[in-house]
Design a protein around this ligand. Sequence first.
Ligand code: SF4
Ligand code: SF4
Length: 536
Amino acid sequence: MITEPQYFHTIIIGAGPAGLRATFDIADMGFLPLLIDREEKSGGKLKEIDKWFSLDSCGFCRLLDAETRPILLSEENEILCLRHGIAKRNIPFWSSSAPVSVKSDENGFEIEIARGCGEKRIVKCSAVIITTGLEDSHLSCYSNFLAGRDPDVISAIQFEKLISYASPKPITRPSDSSPVKSIAFIACAGSRDNEHPWCSASCCSYLAREIGEVKKIDPSIQTILFYMDLRLYGKGMFLYGKNHLEGTRLINSKPAQISRSNQGSLIVTAGTESGIEKFYVDMVVLSGGNSPQNQNLFKMFDVETDRFGFPVCGSAINPLSTTNPRVFVAGSARNPCDIATSVMEGRAAASSALKLLLDSKGEKQKQKNGKILVIGGGISGLYAADSASSLGYDVAILEKEKEISGIARNILLDPHERNVNKILNEISSQILSKENVRVITGEEAVKIEGRPSNFRVKLRSGKILSNYDSIIIATGAPLFQDSRVDGKRILNLHQAEKIVQSKKTFEKDVVFIQCTGSRDDFHPYCNRICCPKAVT
Ligand code: SF4
Ligand code: SF4
């Protein structure tokens, strides 16, 4: 008997943080997702580490919404610990499974999936989200670091096992099991070189976490960190790095070579401010880094990739879209990113897939009724309003300035050299044409009362906005007011951008000074936008 293939609204390939988040969101909106992963358990790369930065704890439960925490490991609960590979019971999760062939038509895909048990199943879906992450960069190109040739030169992921809860202590050398007294950590090994010309985005943070863990296990172990930049992204990460790296010798250099001394130590040779120096240590940890692994998968779904294997974005308005309008990509599979960004992208990809489903015939009845207030009409507020309105919500955007679009209006080009004003005009007109979106400009919220499903917002003018189910705060951040900026010879980036926009030339050579108003004791975070902006 021939049976009709089972239909799922969206198939999510890859059960790491981005895939799990996308799956939960699609299920929460009343649609049927199918989550598949080639591994036996969910969690992706995060399964390999005991503790996440910046929580320094397991952290898997953070992938779930606050109301579904805490998770109790019990057969009776609907949701079990994600580390054990079980998500919500009502969500199908096919582990040890991968697509082997794909047919597509104007309604979606018919996918043949090979399962670990040897069975092959054919399923149908309207949209696909790829969240397969990246693989560890092959360190074989680091033959000068003895990578793969010396047991005491290991990757950060291998080192994770030596410091995990379950490992015996003290930390010992893999070569002879002798206690370790000194460790060199080398950042950017596997990234930012000719073979991997990108930043892997999370290795600075996990090296800081591992070094902090070493100090907790045995404060007498000497630690040295060789780094090119310390890219500790996120609002708490600068202080996190500062605390975790206290007592560690920081050397701003990428070493040239690792060798063995006759006495058995490893010798790290690096150029420093004092010239060429040699550092004698018991063990070396290479950060590793990540590389694309999905070329075949992208090819199967007719998604173009660049020369490194990363997917080509389909549209500036939706960076998670691909060259196939029914395929979205999130997390590190799109672009190396940290855990928090992966989760956000998983959520955004789910929203894009739902928008596609709701736009298609027959799914209108699943649209949500309700009211959402977006405070802030900058680019993130506009995206949020666009997604929420596409899901059927009545949306109001509240913007204190006279016009929507926020500080992005001052930016000429984005890091991909796309015209930001053109993108803003496109998304603004798309939003303003929607019947279920209204824009309130020149007004500011002064008081918010109530609770979810019944928020009441008082505006500066005295008007009241009431009965809002949810409020999205997207007010951005004001520009740092640096008293040294005089607008003539000392400019901030926005003022410099205006000169570039007006096509005037600078009278003299220009010096860019980065990180003013960031990464100091008063602003302990990286703003993430000023480096790419200065380069553009
Ligand atoms: S996150 Fe840090 S260690 Fe990793 S590639 Fe980027 S700069 Fe290098
Ligand atoms: S200039 Fe800005 S983006 Fe660059 S490192 Fe400093 S704070 Fe971060």
